[in-house]
Every structure is written in C-alpha cells, then in structure tokens.
Design a protein around this ligand. Structure first.
Ligand code: NAP
Length: 532
C-alpha cells in the first residue's frame, strides 16, 4: 500500500468516503526483537484497522540497517514510519548517534513514508542530508516530555522551534499530570498551520489520543494488543475504532464522558458510544479520570463539551459546579448527569439514579408473591433499609420516601446515616447494628455501599444470617451482576433486584438527555449483557 491511498491530513473531510469524518490516521507501533516478528505484527496491524505502522527499530536485536529496513519497508502491508528512538529520548537505543542517524537516512533511501527525527538532533540531521531526500518521505520532528505538560506559552515556543527545523510534520508528546493538561495541547493543535501530532501520555491523557481526530491531528497511535504500548496511555486500535467510533469523530463532534476516579473499568463508554452510533448522534463519550471537578469544568468550558455522567467520588462535587440544579438532585444533594445548554452554555445537573433503582425494586416486589398493592407503589408502607449514605444511598432513601416507604438508613459512619435519615424523615442505625435489626418481617433491603464490587467480590455488607428478615434485596452494584449479597439473599428465600437494572434505566435517561433522541434500549441492554 502506498501513502496515496490513505487520506492526507489536508484532505477535505467532506470529500472522503462517508464512513470517515476526519483525516487523522491511526498508527500502530510495531516493537519486536526480530524482523520476522515485526512482519507478523504488521499483518496484525492491518487486520485490526491501522492506517500505518511505526517501525520501532530500537527494539530490534542485531539490527542490520540496509537488510532489515529493506525487508520491513518492502514487505509492510501498510505505509511505514521509521523511528529509531535513542535512550536519551525515552527509547531503547544506547549506541552511537551517527550510526543511528545513518540508519534513518537508509530508511529514507529505501522508501519509508515517514521517518522520525528528534528535535535535539534535527538541525544536525537536516544539515547532513543537505536538502536531499526522496520527495515521498516526510520528516516528523519530535519532542517528548516524560515529566509533565508545559505551559501553553512553552508549548507554543516548542512547536515554533520544531517548525523552524523545516519539519514536514511536528510531533509533541507530553505527560499528563492532570486531565486538564490536554486542553493546552488541543489549543496548539487546533491552531496549527502545519500537520501536527500532539499527544499527552498517561491514563490522564487518554482524551488527547481520542480527540486528536476532533482537533485535526495528523495521526494518533493505537496499539495492536492491549497493554503492549510504546508510550504510556495508548489505547488499542480496536478501542479507537470500535469503542470510540474514531472514524466518526469530526471537528463538530460533541464531547461527553463519565467523570470519576478511578474510571478505567467503567463500561459507560462502551454503552453510550454504541448508542450514539446507532442513533446517528454526532457525539463521543469518554472515560474522564478527574482529580478536581471544578478545574475540569473551568478548563473544558467550550460548548463542544456538552454533557457528563458523574460517578464515585464526584457526584457531590459535580453538584457544586452546576449553574442550575434539578429539584430532585437538589434535594438528594448529588448529581449523576450534567448537560450544557447549547443556547447559553449553562450547566444543569440532574440525579437520575433514584428513578432506575426504585423502578428495579418495584418490579422485583411486583414479581414476587403477594407484594403487589394494586396501582400504588409496592414499596408504600414497607420498611425500607438502605445500606450506605453516599450518593446512591441518598438517592435510594430519597426515592423510598417518595414512594411512601418507612426508611431506615444503615451506614458505617453513624453521623452520615443520621444526617440522611433526618433529611428523609427516617431512622438511622450503624451497619453493625443492622446485623441484629429485625423489627418486623418482609422488610426490603438495598445495598448502596461498594462492598462486594469487583474486584472484591468475596465481600458482602451484611451477613447471610441477617438476610432472612427481608422479602427483597436490591444491590446497586452492577459489577458483578450476582453479588455475594444477592446470591445469599436468594439462598435465604428473598426476591432479588439487580444493580444492572438501575444502571440501564439511568443510562436510557442520560442517552436521551445527551442526544435529544429516544435511547436504543434493546441495543444498550444487549451491549451491557455481552460485556458483564
Ligand atoms: P459513595 O458516595 O462513595 O458512598 C459510599 C457509601 O458506602 C458510604 O456510605 C460509605 O460509608 C459506604 N462504604 C464505603 N466503603 C465501605 C465499607 N468498606 N464498608 C462499609 N461501608 C462502606 O458511593 P456511591 O456513589 O453512593 O456508590 C455506592 C455503590 O453504588 C457503588 O458500588 C456504586 O457502584 C453503586 N452504584 C450503582 C449505580 C447503578 O447504576 N447500578 C449507580 C450509582 C452507584 P461511610 O459514610 O462510612 O464512608
């Protein structure tokens, strides 16, 4: 394949085939000790959908430049970028720099499409070739900062220095200490007059790798296999294409995501991106590893950052960043959804957790024998015990009160149980006291603590012995679906209701709020079922 068959960074998005809304290429690094292994990886890179491969020559053992580069460049099924990264720039090569630069000159001669030259030696390299390079070869001049992302001013200066070398393509890679670091890189990228690669390394820099398509980067890197990265934070090519719908991201794509910490294992991006694609909504949904919600909201304040879900531990902090708060969310004191009004940019917070949870519990009670009480809520009049007094606990206690239940809040920290119980006109006890709490039969129990959640699935918030007193047990945890609590409740003869139903119900509502269209409920349900 030649480079002419893939869209150049300058191509007009609208004349490209309809399945691609940006011209940003996906480059898969190949890192192996032998040429044969690299050739196998190149085949895989093509299979998974990469546009080009980066041959990381510094990983090769017993490297013979002319012979090895000849084989790799000629036999590659994809266009090639040759990188021979020295240890002083984060690579594997520790030898003589003249020999290293000689190999890059050989790569040009043998027909590589791109070569990468580090800024520190770019002038020396350009002097050595004296303007002579095959026309098709493009030189990427790169700079890597493995410690931080400098200020906007410093990044601007760096880019100017790279441009001054005569680079065909500018590459900067910095390190994310905070998710807001990517904003400074986007600023430079979006205004760049030359083709540019601008990435922020590390988990907190993930958005720079995905949104590079939105901001017009020349390429982004995607790995062939999960975890086999050439720089920290690289997603797989498959994730870029299938999870984040990378080809569908355009300059006008609206950005959404789930704000939490940790957030790596959230399956929200999978569900929401699948939903957005199926209803042709021009939006992307990202995991947002946020340390400080207010900083995040202040930094990404453009209308394109259109809406967020909130999860642990940021639901209360999210509420403080709203310009307007839905009355239910205000009463609960936490949000799990935030929407930017496109007309005035104002942020409105909602809490849709309680709707989904209460609906799941009501359904479970109706399905179990003798729990129905006509057209009213089967929760009405029941003794409803909520374990946990955090965001989910508050939503559940609030929802229970709305439905006419008598609410008891049981929490590890008694003061928090007391504060929540006072808010909903209920009773407060400690989790320890709940072990012997048995004022009546047929009570309903809801777990809103993370006890029993993956990876600690052997844990449970209440002993099996105490579960005998309940007619129905609900667990807000949805990874796993069958928590130890629910398994033991069923063994005790109680009906069970799942956190997945709560999760699905609130996902339906949020997809509708983000997109303005009905949620594809079957599809969302199927995607979740396939991934839990
Ligand atoms: P949160 O605001 O951090 O509150 C956590 C609550 O759990 C607090 O009351 C805390 O007690 C208690 N807790 C934490 N660790 C504990 C432990 N080791 N032993 C006993 N109690 C403990 O969290 P959240 O947002 O409410 O989430 C709670 C759970 O609900 C999570 O598992 C989450 O995944 C789940 N959830 C599910 C959905 C869904 O859609 N299915 C939606 C939201 C939340 P202290 O006050 O003593 O710290």
């Amino acid at each position: 394949m030649t480079l002419d068959t893939i869209p150049s960074a300058a191509s007009d998005l609208h004349i490209m085939d309809g399945s691609r809304r940006n011209s940003t290429l996906i480059c898969a690094p190949v890192m192996a000790e032998s040429v044969d292994q690299m050739l196998v990886q190149m085949g895989k890179a093509k299979e998974v959908g990469a546009d080009l491969v980066e041959i990381r020559v510094d990983f090769l053992k017993n490297f013979n430049p002319r012979q090895d580069l000849g084989a790799l460049i000629n036999q590659s099924p994809l266009p090639t970028l040759v990188t021979y990264r020295p240890s002083w720039e984060g690579g594997q090569y520790k030898g003589d720099d003249k020999q290293r630069q000689d190999a890059l000159r050989v790569a040009m001669e043998l027909g590589a499409d791109f070569i990468d030259v580090e800024l520190k030696v770019a002038d020396e390299f350009y002097n050595s070739i004296q303007g002579k390079k095959p026309e098709k070869v493009k030189i990427i001049v790169s700079s890597h900062n493995y410690e931080k992302t400098p200020s906007s001013e410093e990044i601007g200066d760096l880019v100017a220095r790279i441009q001054a070398t005569g680079a065909d393509i500018v590459k900067i890679a910095t390190t994310a200490l905070d998710i807001t670091d990517s904003a400074r890189v986007f600023q430079v990228l979006v205004h760049s007059q030359v083709p540019m690669i601008a990435l922020v390394m590390g988990e907190k820099g993930l958005i720079s790798r995905v949104l590079s398509a939105k901001y017009g980067a020349f390429l982004t890197f995607g790995t062939i296999e999960a975890g086999v990265v050439s720089a920290p934070g690289q997603p797989t090519v498959r994730d870029l294409l299938d999870l984040y719908n990378f080809r569908l991201i355009g300059a006008d794509t609206k950005v959404h995501g789930v704000i939490g910490n940790p957030i790596r294992h959230s399956n929200c991006p999978l569900l929401y991106n699948a939903a957005f694609k199926s209803i042709n909504f021009n939006g992307i949904y990202l995991p947002l590893l946020v340390d400080n919600v207010a900083n995040f909201i202040d930094t990404y304040n453009s209308p394109d950052f259109a809406g967020y879900s909130y999860t642990i531990p940021h639901k209360e902090a999210g509420l403080k960043c709203c310009d307007e708060i839905d009355p239910h969310a205000k009463e609960i004191g936490a949000i799990n959804c935030m929407i930017r009004n496109p007309a005035d940019g104002k942020l409105k917070g909602y809490n849709v957790d309680y709707l989904g949870a209460i609906a799941a519990i009501e359904e479970g009670l109706r399905a179990s024998n003798g729990s129905s009480n006509g057209s009213g809520s089967p929760l009405a009049g029941k003794l409803f015990v909520v374990m946990g007094a955090g965001a989910a606990g508050t939503a559940l206690a609030y929802g229970g009160k709305q439905k006419g239940a008598r609410v008891v809040v049981a929490n590890r920290t008694y003061d928090k149980a007391k504060a929540l119980a006072n808010k909903v006109g209920g009773e407060a006890i400690t989790l320890a006291e709940l072990e012997t709490f048995h004022p009546e039969d047929g009570m309903v129990l809801a777990n809103a603590t993370p006890v029993g959640m993956e990876p600690r699935i052997d844990q449970t918030p209440l002993s099996k012995n105490a579960l005998k007193n309940y007619s129905l047990v609900f667990d807000a945890i949805y990874t796993p679906t069958w928590t130890r609590l629910l398994q033991e409740a069923q063994e005790c003869g109680a009906a069970v209701a799942f956190g997945t139903e709560m999760f699905l119900n609130q996902a339906f509502v949020q997809v509708e709020k983000f997109s303005g269209s009905p949620a594809p409920k079957h599809l969302i349900r199927d995607v979740l079922a396939r991934n839990t």
